[in-house]
Design a protein around this ligand. Structure first.
Ligand code: ATP
Ligand code: SF4
Ligand code: MG
Length: 318
């Protein structure tokens, strides 16, 4: 049984004419001890998918799913109180920009300790000891001193390490990380990703990692879901996806990757012409059809995922 099972997730924003179908029937799962990456271009619904799982969608959003289970338990019907008990304890999340998640008015130590005592009780001192241990574990030297500092006294890379340590305070089983490194310098990005991959393996976490960077996917993911226009258009083991991508959008994405030896230095990268369609709720069919050279009439009707275990959502045989 998977740790997280999502089937047919739909999220819409707004009312009437202005409604936007941000996620359209997304399905994927994350096993214990697995790193699952969701990849796709800006606006395709990656963050909305993760917020929908966490029960953290903005007001006015509507969420529906055929199945939404964590460790065999239906989480679609949990009350806000039950969901908040699950969040930060068994499921934790790391966001792209740590400053939006850290409170500038409190020290690192008191914020980390609060996460522990609120969910698991215990003394503040025990929680601070745990915080210091985790800061050490994520590679922060002099953790005792750092606990007394405020977020603005730390560099971006250190703040993101603190966020990772904070997410681990209550030994979560599932960690959702939404573009956790895009706000950082390239060398720091690599360090943070290495750290996440190492912790995932050591702790046997299920890691749902959201990124738009296929290089990151190649390095850390066991399995990948490619999203396009609110749908999962391909879902496969990482090696299979890179070796033989089945969906035309995934193929286009991979062709945009610079490959040393194949792409001459300085040569322009490939790009996929066209734009993502406007996802009004009446929109059906393949979201990629306005950009796809293989598009045909049947692409305007809903297209099912097929080809298990290397799933793809396309009417043309791969
Ligand atoms: N609160 C909101 N109200 C209305 N529309 C929203 C809201 N949040 C997201 N959307 C829309 O939902 C769609 C998916 O957004 P989402 O943030 O999930 O994209 P993303 O894949 O995470 O992109 P990025 O790579 O830029 O982070 C977008 O069209 C966005 O405009
Ligand atoms: S379903 Fe049609 S439009 Fe969509 S990717 Fe396949 S061929 Fe292209
Ligand atoms: Mg996002």
């Amino acid at each position: 049984m998977s740790l997280l099972e999502i089937e047919g997730l739909e999220v819409t924003f707004g009312q009437g004419e202005g409604r936007v179908a941000a996620v359209r029937g997304a399905s994927f799962s994350v096993a214990r001890g697995e790193t699952h990456c969701i990849v796709g271009e800006s606006g395709c619904g990656k963050s909305v998918t993760s917020l929908a799982i966490m029960g953290l969608l903005a007001r006015g959003a509507t969420r529906q799913a055929k199945r939404m289970e964590f460790d065999g338990r239906d989480i679609s019907r949990l009350t806000e109180r039950e969901m908040s008990r699950l969040r930060g304890h068994r499921i934790a999340m790391i966001f792209q920009e740590p400053m939006t998640s850290l409170n500038p008015a409190y020290t690192i130590g008191s914020q980390m300790a609060e996460v522990r005592t609120r969910h698991l009780g215990g003394t503040k001192q025990a929680a601070l000891d745990r915080a210091a241990e985790l800061l050490g574990r994520v590679g922060i030297t002099a953790p005792g001193m750092r606990l007394g500092q405020f977020p603005h006294q730390l560099s971006g890379g250190l703040r993101q390490r603190v966020m990772i340590a904070m997410a681990l305070m209550n030994d979560p089983e599932l960690l959702i990380a939404d573009e956790p490194t895009t706000a950082l310098d390239v060398t720091i990005q690599a360090q943070i990703l290495r750290l996440l991959a190492q912790l995932q393996a050591e702790l046997g976490l299920g890691l749902l990692l959201i990124t738009h960077d296929l290089g990151v996917v190649a390095r850390v993911a066991h399995r990948v879901s490619v999203m396009y226009a609110g749908e999962v258009v391909e879902n496969a083991a990482t090696a299979d996806l890179f070796a033989a991508p089945r969906h035309p959008y995934t193929r286009g994405l991979l062709e945009c990757l610079p490959i040393p030896g194949k792409v001459a230095p300085g040569a322009p990268l490939g790009s996929i012409p066209g734009m993502v369609p406007k996802l009004t709720p009446g929109f059906t069919g393949c979201g990629f059809r306005s950009r796809c050279s293989l598009a045909r009439a049947e692409c305007a009707a809903p297209v099912a995922l097929r080809g298990a275990p290397h799933l793809y959502r396309c009417v043309v045989d791969a």
